[in-house]
Design a protein around this ligand. Sequence first.
Ligand code: GLP
Length: 262
Amino acid sequence: MELIIRPDADAAADLVAQIMARDLRSNPHLVLGLATGRTMERVYARLVQFHRDEALDFSLCSTFNLDEYVGLPSSDRHSYRYYMNHHLFLQVNIDLRNTHLPDGTAPDLDLECQRYEQSIRRFNGIDLQLLGLGQAGHIGFNEPLSALRSRTRVKALAPATLAQNAGLFDDPALMPRRAITMGVGTILESRRCLLLATGEHKADIIAKAVEGPITAMISATALQLHQRCTVVIDEAAASRLEGADYYRWIFENEPEWEAFRR
Ligand code: GLP
């Protein structure tokens, strides 16, 4: 795992967007795994800016989102399909037919989960998986006790997640209590993982995810098993890390990161 600490949330999101843009430029057929949440809004805003100012081309790439609420149609503005269309897809030149999210309104949800897994396989897997970090330590909606080998499936949302995301709903009582999510095992199969977390409220869970023991109670700890996982955070989210100085030294000195130091 690599850990990069940027001065603030904007700089952290900018670095993540730059890594994604660089990979997309070197492989226009990139298969991107995408995430939602407030943190990602800055990343998508930067990607849209790269598209407008630097002609970053999305026309050949494909995307798979991590998760979707059960029961929300794409027209519902609380659905993740709506979020993605709004923040990214309709603002760049991506072909909507190449964008994939689980269908939370499918009549047979288990079948929909299998179909989603097959679809990822048909695209030969995910090249770069973007990840956020939930208050409960989840990646996707892999709530506490998610098996570290789990596949795409329906999960009941944990109380911490309901509390964290309820504010995004006009009427919190209407927030779905279940979601379809890629499994931890599905996520670990992506060729590269890129996790972004910012803010003081993420400091405690970032320390557990990065420096704590691997546990199904905090699905983000499974990323310690991934061969190529980059975690990007801001100073506020880094405040509880024991090894922060060491991680800073690596970012400042490793040749790989030279182009990203500014
Ligand atoms: C939701 C998503 C997660 C995401 C999390 C972070 O719960 N299902 O994939 O990581 O939000 O949210 P935020 O960026 O708003 O803190």
